[in-house]
Design a protein around this ligand. Structure first.
Ligand SMILES: *Cc1c(COP(=O)(O)O)cnc(C)c1O
Length: 366
């Protein structure tokens, strides 16, 4: 018999709880396309308040939030800058190029190493996975402007990711985000935050969402990650930004009907699944501490700040893909990504399962 899988490959593996299913079943609904769905409208107000942003839009996925945001902020031929392992560059099927015709410029942060930093501090020159400094951005912008207008392609959009997925769930230090954002805006760029896991950063740092959002022109959160809803994301920005985003939502087929069915799951998540993200962070820390004691693997980024742990084989035993396969045979699902293994904690993984996962990984390494 197949053992029950411990689902550590992604926090998208969450299933709606019985209570969430109850909220979904009881949701008042209407025609979302016409702005008549009360559950969607309530969700939009709640997120606008939480972010301190003027306007919000309900979308089916986070990928569509990024797709639409890039479209609104750019013209074909413009430059989109993002950290080189940003989700928008690495994991969205080239959508930004397909739909917006942008040139992408990858900023070299430190996804391949570096240590997490205290979010209150921004040690000069510190390499923080998934982030870059204002100096890094300045150098990239200067290089892009090596030729004068009209030769140089116009850089109009900077995307930052919070927390950074392939950077091991890293949190931007607030001062670093502020400095990067100020420079970008001075140079005429809009700043977009891929905040798929922004609430993980909020819970881990104690810095309210609105304080992060004050530094960006658009931002979204995903309800299908650690928040545990089956679908839905909310995009936020100025009234003008959201008015344009609404047009593309329709154009891309993202306008829905009785979407309150989905929004009710998101509302339930806001009420019941935010504070508990701290448990996921504690479980990730426990997993990382256990991995640090195993021979045959090493942590890529050290102790995690949130719910994502990357580790890699040290070359003495199986490679990442083989190790992930052996884990799966033993009842543990993890992701092999680029020669590393990613394990993501969430509300469907208990502390006891973290200990089981460690025993499985130890056995798979033998
Ligand atoms: C998951 C994720 C996305 C895409 O969200 P979907 O809802 O799966 O489309 C975008 N950015 C980051 C950082 C993510 O983790």
């Amino acid at each position: 018999m197949m053992p029950t899988m411990i689902p550590l490959s992604s926090d998208t593996e969450t299933r709606p709880t019985a209570a969430m299913r109850g909220a979904i079943a009881a949701a008042p609904v209407g025609d979302e396309q016409r702005g008549e769905d009360p559950s969607v409208n309530l969700l939009l107000e709640r997120v606008a308040d939480l972010f301190g942003m003027e306007a919000t839009l309900f979308l089916p996925t986070g990928t569509m939030c990024n797709l639409i945001s890039v479209k609104v902020h750019t013209q074909p031929g413009d430059v989109l800058l993002a950290e080189r392992d940003a989700h928008v560059l690495r994991a969205e099927s080239g959508g930004a190029g397909l739909v917006s015709g942008v040139i992408t410029e990858a900023l070299v942060g430190s996804s391949s190493g570096g240590e997490f930093a205290d979010i209150d501090a921004d040690p000069a020159g510190a390499r923080i996975p998934g982030t870059f400094s204002a100096d890094d951005l300045r150098a990239a912008l200067d290089r892009l402007a090596m030729m004068p207008a009209p030769y140089a392609p116009p850089a109009t959009l900077l995307c930052v990711e919070q927390t950074h997925n392939f950077g091991g769930g890293s949190i931007w230090p607030l001062a670093r985000l502020a400095a990067v954002s100020e420079l970008a805006r001075t140079r005429g760029l809009a700043v977009h935050m891929d905040g798929a896991r922004l609430l993980n950063a909020v819970v881990a740092s104690g810095v309210p969402a609105a304080q992060w959002c004050a530094h960006v022109d658009s931002v979204w959160i995903d309800f299908t990650k650690g928040l545990g809803a089956p679908l839905g994301a909310v995009l936020a920005g100025s009234r003008g930004f959201i008015a344009q985003a609404l047009r593309y939502k329709h154009a891309f087929g993202g306008a829905m009907r009785q979407a309150g069915i989905a929004a009710a799951g998101c509302l339930h998540a806001l009420d019941h699944h935010v504070a508990r993200l701290a448990e996921d962070h504690a479980n990730a820390a426990r997993l990382a501490a256990g991995l640090a004691t195993l021979s045959g693997v090493r942590l890529v980024y050290g102790a995690p700040q949130t719910n994502i742990v990357f580790f890699e084989p040290d070359g003495s035993g199986p490679g990442a893909a083989e190790l992930a396969r052996r884990c799966a045979e033993r009842g543990l699902r993890v992701s092999a990504i680029g020669g590393r293994i990613r394990a993501v904690t969430h509300l469907d993984v208990s502390r006891a399962q973290i200990d089981e996962a460690l025993a499985i990984i130890a056995d798979a390494l033998r």
